[in-house]
Design a protein around this ligand. Structure first.
Ligand SMILES: O=C1O[C@H](COP(=O)(O)O)[C@@H](O)[C@H](O)[C@H]1O
Length: 260
């Protein structure tokens, strides 16, 4: 990727009147990213969030166009709990998506559940898994995911990057941990902005009127520096938002009719 001196591309905001149209369009969008990635590189590197995101991916289930064997899946953030714990993002993605599709287990990169007692080791090991997938880390290089899918909490957090937290300023580590998450559980691992903002495409999915006030702030007051506003993929990366009309009701920023 040539980052150069270009300003980041502006975000594209898609707002849908029904949950089903959002889900179907998001599936179409993921498939388009998958096709482009497989054509170029023979595999599709994608990172998923937890929270409400996994259920928005149900349009991929029973979809014959998905090349599951080509997917390499990482988690944007993960709670430091066993993989079958009810708070685990991996568990949520497995229950709502992976258990229903033929993805090879080895293509899903979870945190190492044997390292839950040592957060340094746990985050280093996850960073090593990224390095293994994306070649050697050096000062000038970052992993370039084909697609990173994010959610946004009602406080404007994304991944496990929370308003006012020191990790918002992390600019060298790819994976970091926190022990003071304001949203339980308190111990978490998260991709940092250097990873999120070097993806080829980043897409948020956020729905419901409880997200309306914060979504307006993210779009119309980006200087406030909310975690979700700080997602600005480096050029030529693209940023998309898939929201419903309830969430976008107060946003002044221009909405775009969905098309690929
Ligand atoms: O704690 C988390 O929250 C965010 C947002 O969740 P949502 O339920 O409001 O969509 C999520 O994206 C992240 O992966 C998760 O760990």
């Amino acid at each position: 990727m040539t980052v150069g001196h270009h300003a980041p591309n502006p975000p594209t905001l898609f707002s849908f009147s029904s949950p089903d149209s959002l889900v179907l369009s998001l599936a179409e969008f993921v498939l388009n990213a998958q096709k482009e990635a497989i054509t170029k590189k023979g595999r599709f590197a994608i990172a998923l969030s937890g929270g409400s995101l996994p259920k928005q991916l149900r349009g991929l289930i029973d979809n014959p166009a998905v090349k599951w064997d080509k997917w390499q899946v990482f988690y944007v953030d993960e709670r430091v709990v066993p993989l079958d714990h009810e708070d685990s993002n991996h568990r949520a993605c497995t229950e709502l998506l992976f258990s229903k599709v033929p993805i090879p287990e080895g293509n899903i990169h979870t945190i190492d559940p044997t390292l839950l007692d040592d957060l340094d080791e746990l985050s280093d090991a996850y960073e090593q898994a990224l390095i293994g997938e994306f070649a050697q880390k050096d000062a000038a290089r970052f992993p370039v995911f084909d697609l990173i899918l994010l959610g946004m909490g009602p406080d404007g957090h994304t991944a496990s990057l929370f308003p006012g937290h020191e990790l918002l300023a992390e600019n060298s580590r790819w994976v970091a941990y926190l022990e003071d998450s304001p949203k339980p559980p308190s111990k978490r691992l998260t991709f940092t902005y250097p990873v999120i903002n070097h993806a080829a495409r980043v897409a948020f999915a956020a729905t419901g009127k409880e997200k309306a006030e914060i979504l307006a702030k993210v779009f119309d007051d980006p200087e406030a520096g909310l975690p979700a506003s700080r997602v600005r993929p480096a050029y030529p990366g693209q940023l998309y938002w898939f929201v419903d009309d309830a969430a976008s009701a107060s946003v002044q920023f221009q909405k775009t009719p969905f098309k690929l």
